[in-house]
Design a protein around this ligand. Structure first.
Ligand SMILES: [Cu+2]
Length: 63
């Protein structure tokens, strides 16, 4: 796994986040706040598009 703080998405292309590919990984989360089946709101900051927020489901395993 390679830790990255930024990624380049070329105009007109897409970046798919999924387990075992490019993904977001959170560590040392508070189990009271982050529960499987819940969701989390994420803010992505794009150089030209600004900030876009999405709500993503929380899964603790991909199996
Ligand atoms: Cu990871």
């Amino acid at each position: 796994m390679i830790y990255m703080t930024t990624m380049v998405i070329e105009a007109g292309s897409e970046l798919v986040l999924e387990p075992m590919e490019f993904h977001l990984m959170f560590t040392e989360l508070c189990p009271v706040v982050f529960t499987e089946g819940g969701s989390v709101t994420l803010s992505f900051e794009f150089e030209k598009s600004g900030v876009i927020e999405i709500t993503a489901p929380l899964r603790f395993s991909w199996q």
